[in-house]
Design a protein around this ligand. Structure first.
Ligand code: 9MR
Length: 409
């Protein structure tokens, strides 16, 4: 992140400072204006080079296209035979890739956005639900015997996008904000779980309770109004509505050690000691600016299972640009993906591994700046033409070699 900041923000600030220098020099008719002009020219040239390096599309060799003859896609079948879920996030049931790759490639799916609080509401109006979009995704999966992960009941980041803006207004004007928020949370969890009863059996109950800015809990509307009890309460409500559900806490980690991780484990211990009905930890694994340390990752998942919790990798992707120093970036990406996935595939307490998108054609990176300007992102198993990438074959091999079966703790 810092690298990207340094290469984009810092030079821009320097150019701005030089322009100010030039304007002042012109105004004072000072001789230094020549130097200012020279500096601006040099800075613009440097910015141009950096821009070309980072924000212009690149082409990486696709050796894999000539290396293998196309074969039938059997990833999902293999995963099912090995008692494991390989999943993908799906934005829309109408995406042709959905029918193309499910159920052959994936035996699990996660609605990428459609089951988020805000997305289930008509114009963001609390209490007015429209399940059409989510039902279309879920029903297709169910009709193909594909598992669905529900994502997510409570998420306090990104007002207006993941939870309704009306929530902020209602809490700000409530006489008893805590009671108001508890009621809204209870109603939403109850309506949603009842609606999907029998079709979605695993839910990310709370998403990203950690702050993105430092080693503490995210100071969002739920935490500010209810304290960390909001997390415990959300799990309790979900369990009350349907005690058969598998309930997960889902979080993104830049590193698997450090202060933030300790705060997260303190939270897990607190939930376990308070007998909160939590069954697992969802590990998002978006490799955005760097790949993860796999030795630390193994230790990290062991700490989770030692607490009596299962885990799942719930949102995996790794941008191809992270591998551009390798001779064959797609092969290097495959090596990384397989080594990461094996930490889960070889563990009897890891239920599944979900890619955050069906193929490189449907990845959130392609629509969110600055990544939408830094093509290709290509962070997934299949390329934009649905051709299996080297990562596909490496994950398939890892599944074929899986010796363990899913085990309760
Ligand atoms: O991929 C999702 C993107 O389309 C949405 O705009 C965004 C906000 O709702 O959420 C993205 O998915 C996120 C997921 O829900 C939680 N973990 C991080 C994911 C990527 O940002």
């Amino acid at each position: 992140m810092i690298k990207y900041f340094l290469i984009s923000a810092v030079p821009s600030v320097l150019v701005l400072a030089s322009i100010i220098w030039l304007v002042v020099a012109l105004f004072r008719r000072s001789a230094s204006r020549k130097y200012a002009i020279g500096l601006i020219v040099v800075e613009i040239l440097i910015l141009g080079v950096l821009y070309n390096q980072w924000f212009v599309s690149k082409d990486y060799p696709r050796n894999y296209l000539s290396e293998r003859a196309s074969a039938a896609i059997v990833l999902a079948e293999t995963a099912t035979a090995k008692d494991f879920y390989i999943g993908a996030a799906v934005v829309n049931a109408s995406n042709p890739l959905y029918g193309e790759l499910v159920p052959s490639a994936y035996n699990s799916i996660t609605p990428e956005n459609a089951t988020k609080f805000r997305q289930l509401l008509v114009n963001g109006k609390i209490g007015e639900y429209d399940f059409t979009k989510a039902d279309a995704i879920v029903d297709f999966a169910v009709s193909k015997d594909v598992r669905v992960r529900g994502h997510t009941l409570v998420w306090g980041k990104f007002s207006g996008k993941t939870y309704p803006k009306e929530l902020d207004d209602r809490i700000a004007s409530a006489e008893d904000p805590a009671a108001e928020l508890r009621q809204i949370m209870r109603d939403h969890i109850t309506v949603t779980l009842n609606h999907f009863r029998g079709r979605i059996e695993t839910w990310d109950v709370v998403n990203e309770p950690m702050s993105m800015d430092g080693p503490y809990l995210d100071k969002n509307i739920y935490l500010n109004t209810l304290g960390k009890d909001y997390i415990a309460e959300a799990f309790r409500i979900a369990h009350e509505v349907d005690p058969t559900l598998e309930l997960y806490l889902n979080e993104q980690f830049g590193n698997y050690t450090g202060e933030g991780v300790e705060v997260f484990f303190d939270l897990l211990k607190w939930l376990k000691e308070a007998d909160v009905p939590i069954h697992g930890v969802g590990i998002q694994a978006h490799s955005i600016f760097k790949t993860h340390n796999l030795v630390e990752f193994r230790q990290f998942v062991n700490r989770i299972t030692e607490l009596g919790l299962h885990f799942e990798v719930t949102e995996f992707d790794a941008r191809i640009r992270l591998f551009d120093e390798f001779e064959d970036p797609y092969q290097a990406q495959a090596d990384y993906m397989a080594e990461y996935a094996k930490v889960c595939i070889e563990n009897p307490h890891c239920a599944g591994f979900t890619f955050w998108g069906l193929s490189d054609k449907s990845t959130w990176f392609n629509v969110i700046p600055p990544f939408s300007r830094m093509l290709p992102n290509d962070p997934l198993l299949f390329d934009v033409n649905s051709h299996p990438k080297p990562a596909y074959y490496r994950i398939l091999e890892a599944l074929e070699s899986r010796k363990v079966r899913w085990a309760e703790l």
